[in-house]
Design a protein around this ligand. Structure first.
Ligand SMILES: [Ca+2]
Length: 411
C-alpha cells in the first residue's frame, strides 16, 4: 500500500517501456501450470457504510479492538496517533487520544509513519501494546512494546521498550503488519527496503529481515538478554547464514496480513512492482519468489532459485496497483460472506472476495468498489464486523480519511 507516488510515477513513465523490454527479452519465464480455480457458491456483493462520519481523522491506516473491549474502536493514524472512539456515537467530533508518538515517528515518506499496532492477546493479564513504525536519524523500522493503563484507555508514551529495529535504505517498502497468531507469537512483515527492483537482492537473502515475515515470541526474553525469544520451531533456527526470526521470505512488500480466525491460515497482500499484485497464503519457510519472480513470472534482473510458492491470486496492473490485504469474513450480519477473504486495491478502490473450497481458491470476484477513497486497511473486529479505513480522495500529507463498515449490498 501507499506505493502510489512511486508506483504511479513508475507506472506512467517507465512501466510501459519496461513491459515492452520484458516482452522482447530472450529470457524465458519458468513454465507455470495455470492455476486451477475452485467453483463455489456465488460470493455476495457488499457496500461500505460510513462509521463516525463527523470524526476528523488524518491518514487512518488501521482499526482494531482491544481484548475485553467490544465497544470501542482503536483507530491508527499514520502520522503517529491512536484514537479511541465508540462507533455507536455517530455524533462524535472528537476522539480520545490513546497514544501519541508523533514526535518519534518519521512519516516523511508516503509509506513511512506509524504502520501497525497489536494488543497482546492476553490483555489485561498483559497490558501490552505492540507498535511498528518508521523513525529517522538513522532511517529505520522499529517494533516496540508500550504499557497500557489498567482501564485500557491509554498507553504510556514513556513506557516504550524497543524490541527490534531494521535499518531502512529507502523511504518506501517498509511493510508492515504486526499481528499475533493463534500460537501467541507475533508476526511482523517487512518490505524489501525500497527503491525499485530490490536492488540489493534482499528478497532471497536470509541474512536480512527485509522482504520477510518474521515470527517472534514477545512473552519471553531471548538469549543474552534479547528482548524477545525465537520460537524453537521457526524454519531457519540453527541454519547457517539465516536469521532465525524469519518465517517466510521473498515477499516484496506485505502491507497487510491477517490470520483467518477460523482456520488459522495467514493471508497477505504483497504489493507488486511492474506486473501484478498478489494475494498469498504465508506458510512456514515459504519462498514467495521476489525478486527472482514477480507473481508467477521471472523478474528481469532478479536472482534466486525455487521452489517458489504461487500466489493464491494475482491482479495485473490493469486492475490493481497497490494491493491492500484484508481479512476472512466471519461476521454474523452477512452469513453468505462467511469464510470469504475480502481485500482491495488502494489505487483503484476495487474490492474482491475469494472463497477457499477444499483448499482451492475460487477466482477473485469483484464484490464492491469505493470510488474516490484510497483503501488503506481492512480489519476485523471482535464480533467479525469488518471495518475499512480510507484516505479521502488523495494521499497528500495531512489528508483526511474515513472509516467504513462492511454491510450487505441491497438485493
Ligand atoms: Ca524502506
Amino acid at each position: 500500500m501507499l506505493a502510489i507516488t512511486l508506483c504511479l510515477s513508475l507506472f506512467t513513465t517507465t512501466q510501459a517501456t519496461q513491459a515492452a523490454q520484458a516482452a522482447q527479452a530472450t529470457k524465458k519465464p519458468a513454465a507455470v501450470e495455470p492455476r486451477v480455480s475452485a467453483t463455489g457458491e456465488a460470493i455476495p456483493k457488499i457496500r461500505l457504510d460510513r462509521v463516525l462520519p463527523l470524526l476528523p481523522l488524518v491518514r487512518p491506516i488501521q482499526t482494531l479492538q482491544r481484548p475485553g473491549d467490544t465497544t470501542n474502536l482503536y483507530i491508527v493514524e499514520q502520522p503517529g496517533r491512536i484514537l479511541m472512539a465508540d462507533p455507536a456515537k455517530s455524533e462524535l467530533t472528537e476522539a480520545s487520544v490513546f497514544l501519541d508518538i508523533k514526535e518519534r515517528v518519521n512519516d516523511g515518506g508516503n509509506e513511512e509513519g506509524l504502520l501497525s499496532v497489536a494488543f497482546h492477546p492476553q490483555f489485561p493479564a498483559k497490558r501490552e501494546l505492540y507498535v511498528y513504525y518508521t523513525a529517522n536519524k538513522p532511517r529505520r523500522s522499529v517494533l516496540s512494546r508500550f504499557t497500557v493503563n489498567e482501564d485500557g484507555t491509554s498507553a504510556d508514551p514513556a513506557s516504550e521498550e524497543v524490541l527490534l529495529t531494521q535499518s531502512q535504505p529507502y523511504s518506501n517498502h517498509n511493510g508492515g503488519a504486526a499481528v499475533f497468531g493463534p500460537d501467541g507469537f507475533l508476526y511482523l512483515s517487512l518490505g524489501d527496503g525500497g527503491a525499485a527492483n530490490d536492488p540489493h537482492h534482499y528478497g532471497q537473502s536470509l541474512e536480512t529481515f527485509l522482504a520477510k515475515v518474521l515470527r517472534i515470541d514477545v512473552s519471553k526474553k531471548g538469549a543474552n538478554g534479547a528482548p524477545y525469544a525465537v520460537p524453537a520451531d521457526n524454519p531457519f533456527v540453527g541454519k547457517a547464514n539465516a536469521k532465525p526470526e524469519i518465517w517466510a521470505y521473498g515477499l516484496r512488500n506485505i502491507w497487510r496480513m491477517s490470520f483467518d480466525s477460523s482456520t488459522g491460515a495467514l493471508w497477505g497482500g504483497d504489493v507488486g512492482q511492474n506486473e501484478c499484485e498478489e494475494i498469498v497464503l504465508i506458510e512456514k519457510g515459504g519462498n514467495y519468489g521476489w525478486n527472482a519472480r514477480e507473481g508467477s513470472k521471472a523478474f528481469d534482473g532478479g536472482k534466486g532459485e525455487g521452489p517458489f510458492i504461487e500466489p493464491i491470486a494475482s491482479h495485473s496492473h490493469r486492475e490493481a496497483l497497490s494491493i491492500t490485504g484484508g481479512v476472512v469474513y466471519h461476521g454474523k450480519e452477512i452469513p453468505k460472506l462467511d469464510g470469504i477473504y475480502i481485500y482491495a486495491d488502494f489505487a483503484f478502490s476495487t474490492i474482491w472476495g475469494i472463497r477457499m473450497v477444499d483448499g482451492v481458491p475460487t477466482k477473485p470476484a469483484v464484490i464492491g468498489k469505493k470510488a474516490n477513497e484510497l483503501i488503506t486497511s481492512i480489519d476485523a473486529m471482535h464480533n467479525g464486523t469488518v471495518i475499512f479505513t480510507t484516505f479521502n480522495g488523495g494521499q497528500d500529507k495531512g489528508n483526511p480519511g474515513s472509516l467504513w463498515k462492511v454491510i450487505a449490498a441491497s438485493e
